[in-house]
Design a protein around this ligand. Structure first.
Ligand code: ZN
Length: 400
C-alpha cells in the first residue's frame, strides 16, 4: 500500500502523461507549498515538463501556484505549489462511543470536525444517517464551498476490502454489514471503508512520523482496542485476507482476561483505554482531551499505578514486535500516544530492558504526529486515491 501511496518518479514520454500528472499532484498533496524547483527534483522530470503539468493541474483546479516572496531565495525565485484545499473528502470514523466526521481537503487540511457522542453503540443505519446529515451541513458551512469527491471510513473492524463491507466489528456489534454500499447510496459518493489501524498507518506514513521510513511498526489505541500495521521495506503488511497486523490480538505475559477474539490475555485486553478511563473515573473522553486528563491526574496513585501496569505490558509487546520486524521506528497513536507522553522514559527504559538489545538499539519510539486528525486524514487519503492516481479523469470544476 505504501508503494502505491507514494508519488512515483516521472517519465519523459507523452504516453505517461497520466502517470506524470499523478506524480505531480501526489507530491503537491503530500508536500503543500513545495517549490517548483523541489518538485522538479523530486519528480525527476525536466523543468519545462513540470511547468506544463502544473499548468494543467491548475486548469483542472486541483493546485494553485503562488509567486514566491521577493528576496526569499538565492538565484531565480521558484513559485510554490499548493493543492486546492477546497477539493475535499468526507472522513467518517464510527467507534463504540462516538461517530467522528470531518471534511478534509487536499494537503491534509481538516476543514471541519464533528464528534457525535453515542449512548450505546451506533448502528450501521445510525452511522449512515449521521454521516448524511453531516455532509449536508459541512457542504453548507465550509467556505469556500467545498467540492466533495468521495468518502473514506475508518472503522474498528475486520473489513473486506473488495466491497468495503464489514466482516465483524466486535465492539460495535456489527456482523456482515454492507457499510460501504449503504453509505455510497445515501451520500451519492464513492466510498471506501478500511480497518482503523490500517487507516492510521497510512496517515502517519504519508503525513506524520513515518514519512520516508521504510520499516516501521504502528500501534493504534482506539476506544475499541489496539490495532496495528507494519510497513516492511516500504510496503504495508497485508496478509492473505487483508487482516495482517492485528497486533492487539497477540498474547502478553501475565495476561488472563478473556478477549472477544477467543483467546486469553491479548495485548488489547491488558492495555486498554477503558481500563485507563476507569482509573480516571471517567466513561468517555474526547481523545483530544486525554493528555490533559492524564496530566491533571498525574499525582493520583490509582492512575499512576494503572499507567505503570499498562506501560510494562506494552513494553513487552513492543519488544516482541521489534524482534519480529526489526523496525527503524515504532509509532504509537491514539491513547497509546497519550500514555507514552505521560511517561516516555518509563516506556523507553522498559522496552530497552525487555527486548533483544542489539535489535532494539537502533529502533526509535515516537508518538503519532497527527493527533485527533489521524483517522480523518487517513480516511480522506483512501478517498483521494483514485483522484491522485488519475487526476484528469476525476477532476471536475470546483464550484464558485
Ligand atoms: Zn484477542
Amino acid at each position: 500500500m505504501a508503494r502505491t501511496l507514494a508519488p512515483g518518479r516521472g517519465s519523459r514520454l507523452d504516453a505517461t502523461r497520466r502517470h506524470n500528472l499523478s506524480t505531480i499532484l501526489t507530491t503537491a498533496h503530500h508536500h503543500p507549498g513545495v517549490s517548483r524547483a523541489e518538485l522538479t527534483r523530486l519528480s525527476g522530470l525536466n523543468r519545462s515538463t513540470v511547468g506544463a503539468l502544473v499548468a494543467e493541474l491548475s486548469e483542472l483546479k486541483l493546485v494553485r501556484e503562488v509567486a514566491p516572496a521577493e528576496h526569499s531565495s538565492r538565484g531565480r525565485p521558484s513559485p510554490h505549489i499548493y493543492p486546492r484545499a477546497e477539493v475535499t473528502a468526507l472522513a467518517i470514523n464510527p467507534d463504540y462511543d462516538a461517530v467522528v466526521i470531518g471534511l478534509v481537503g487536499l494537503g491534509g487540511t481538516v476543514h471541519q470536525r464533528e464528534r457525535h457522542p453515542w449512548k450505546g453503540t451506533p448502528s450501521v443505519a445510525e452511522t449512515v444517517q449521521v454521516a448524511t446529515s453531516a455532509l449536508e451541513r459541512l457542504r453548507r458551512d465550509t467556505k469556500p464551498t467545498p467540492w466533495v469527491i468521495a468518502a473514506g471510513v475508518a472503522v474498528p473492524a475486520l473489513v473486506r476490502s473488495d466491497d468495503s463491507s464489514i466482516v465483524r466489528a466486535v465492539h460495535l456489534d456489527w456482523t456482515e454489514e454492507p457499510l460501504g454500499e449503504m453509505l455510497a447510496a445515501a451520500l451519492d459518493l464513492p466510498v471506501v471503508v478500511r480497518n482503523d489501524a490500517r487507516v492510521a498507518t497510512i496517515a502517519e506514513t504519508v503525513f506524520g512520523a513515518g514519512r520516508g521510513v521504510r520499516d516501521l511498526v504502528y500501534l493504534n489505541g482506539s476506544p475499541s482496542g489496539v490495532g496495528g500495521g507494519a510497513i516492511v521495506d516500504g510496503v504495508t503488511l497485508r496478509g492473505q485476507d487483508g487482516f495482517g497486523g492485528e497486533m492487539g490480538h497477540t498474547a502478553v505475559a501475565g495476561g488472563r482476561e478473556q478477549c472477544h477474539c477467543g483467546r486469553r490475555g491479548c495485548l488489547e485486553t491488558e492495555v486498554s483505554l477503558v481500563r485507563l478511563l476507569a482509573a480516571l473515573g471517567r466513561e468517555s473522553v474526547d481523545p483530544r482531551d486525554l493528555d490533559d486528563e492524564l496530566s491533571r491526574a498525574a499525582a493520583n496513585p490509582t492512575v499512576r499505578a494503572e499507567i505503570q501496569r499498562q506501560m510494562t505490558v506494552l513494553a513487552g509487546a513492543i519488544g516482541n514486535f521489534i524482534s519480529i520486524f526489526n523496525p527503524e521506528l515504532v509509532i504509537l497513536g491514539g491513547f497509546l500516544g497519550s500514555l507514552y507522553t505521560a511517561a516516555p522514559q518509563m516506556l523507553d527504559s522498559a522496552v530497552a530492558r525487555d527486548s533483544f538489545a542489539q535489535i532494539s538499539a537502533s529502533a526509535r519510539i515516537e508518538r503519532a504526529q497527527l493527533g485527533s486528525r489521524l483517522l480523518l486524514v487517513g480516511a480522506a487519503e483512501l478517498a483521494f486515491l483514485p483522484l491522485l492516481r488519475d487526476p484528469a479523469a476525476h477532476a471536475q470544476p470546483v464550484p464558485k
